[in-house]
Design a protein around this ligand. Structure first.
Ligand SMILES: [Zn+2]
Length: 401
């Protein structure tokens, strides 16, 4: 890496890069010391009650530090976990810190900063592909992958030098299907970077065996309070102790624990004993890699796919939720997608009274030209018996799943 590129990563990147390396050889006692000091500060400031999204929605200023233009900016969670939450984050340091940890995770499959990536996620833009020089990243727009575009996509992808493929876990097989498996196998893919969603261990192992390509996978969430990497040795998840503080509390779901997160950021919204809404299964084995807190698995969303107008299965997540930065989420409070016949989706929406419905419908339809969308506006999306909100209902498969 050139000195210029090293400098571009920023001081917070290098600060955390060093912390990550050191923390891997810390004893449990050293980890406890590091974390207690920081969590203690949060609890003295905000109390030790478990907090939820609603607390931050109602008392955002109370939980936010150093809120000033330039120092912090507003961030928003995406739509999969219910009504989006707005909070503030450190403008300069957050991205640098985030990168230090993500690059550490990706390095397990050989990635080094500035290596070439090709992303097939939710980023929708004009045309089929776009290049981001700063990131050394090609971005494929999922909405430009209609049947008529696929030959162009196949032709283009063959011209790309060795790269890491960056996908949502559920989009990986859609991507293979779009290209055709034979072509996919011939591509010089150095590794798969797959975050954002649960990726069952058995499926990961099957993919790595079938295709001979390694996968880097992790657990993070939109509030940036805790982060865990999926370990190649024990196949569980290790939580970085210098990123944030994680606790596991009992849940109503059998064999599952709630993931409670406290964030270590100095500026912006500070999450304290925050119930992420995510569940994990407790670690049943030990791992020699380091003394980080671990769980066996993260229990997340299933890999939901819909059938498009050509009969092709596609990952819903990438199309609807993949682009969390979309202004769409400023207008939508809640959403549910129902498929009751092939090629068509019924989108049920809860919106602000002032929202521009025509614009929402146009935006969603432009993201998914391969399905006919029907819109229905409802006051609330009903929860299932277990209190869970389901964002996709495949009514063709007999409904509940
Ligand atoms: Zn491990």
């Amino acid at each position: 890496m050139t000195a210029f590129r090293e400098a571009l990563l920023g001081p917070s990147y290098w600060y955390h890069r060093r912390l990550i390396e050191q923390s891997k050889s810390w004893s449990s006692e050293q980890i406890r010391e590091y974390q207690e000091e920081r969590v203690g500060r949060l609890i003295r400031r905000y109390g030790s009650e478990i907090t939820r999204k609603e607390d931050y929605r109602q008392h955002l200023r109370h939980y936010s530090r150093w809120d000033a233009p330039l120092l912090t900016h507003t961030v928003r969670t995406g739509g999969t976990s219910g009504q989006p939450l707005r909070f503030t984050a450190d403008t300069l340091a957050r991205r640098q810190k985030e990168r230090a940890y993500l690059f550490d995770i990706w390095s397990q499959i050989g990635y080094a900063p500035h290596d070439l990536r090709v992303a097939y996620r939710g980023d929708v833009h004009e045309g089929l592909v776009q290049y981001n020089r700063l990131e050394n990243l090609w971005i494929i727009s999922p909405s430009a992958t209609m049947e008529g575009d696929l030959d162009a996509l196949r032709g283009w992808v063959c011209t790309v030098p060795p790269f890491f493929l960056h996908v949502h876990a559920s989009s990986l097989y859609t991507f293979i299907d779009l290209l055709g498996e034979d072509l996919f196998r011939r591509l010089p893919i150095r590794g798969i970077i797959a975050g954002s969603e649960a990726f069952p261990i058995a499926e990961q192992a099957r993919f790595e065996r079938d295709f001979g390509i390694q996968i880097a996978h992790w657990y993070g969430h939109s509030e940036y309070a805790v982060l865990a990497y999926n370990c190649r040795e024990c196949h569980g998840f290790h939580f970085y102790p210098t990123y944030g503080y994680v606790e596991f509390l009992p849940s109503e779901t059998e064999d599952c624990q709630r993931i409670i997160a406290s964030s270590f950021n100095r500026m912006g919204t500070q999450f304290v004993r925050y119930d992420t809404g995510d569940l994990a299964t407790a670690a049943t084995t030990t791992c020699p890699a380091n003394q980080f807190r671990r769980v066996d698995a993260i229990v997340g969303r299933a890999q939901e796919t819909f059938t498009d107008s050509e009969g092709r299965r596609r990952s819903l997540f990438g199309y609807i939720f993949g682009d969390e930065k979309s202004i769409l989420w400023d207008h939508i409070q809640d959403l549910q997608v129902i498929q009751d016949r092939p090629g068509a989706l019924r989108v049920r929406l809860v919106t602000d009274p002032a929202s521009n419905r025509a614009q929402i419908e146009q935006t969603l339809q432009s993201r998914m030209p391969m399905a006919t969308l029907e819109f229905e506006y409802v006051p609330v999306i009903e929860r299932s018996a277990s209190g869970k909100r389901r964002y996709f209902v495949d009514a063709m498969a007999g409904g509940e799943h």
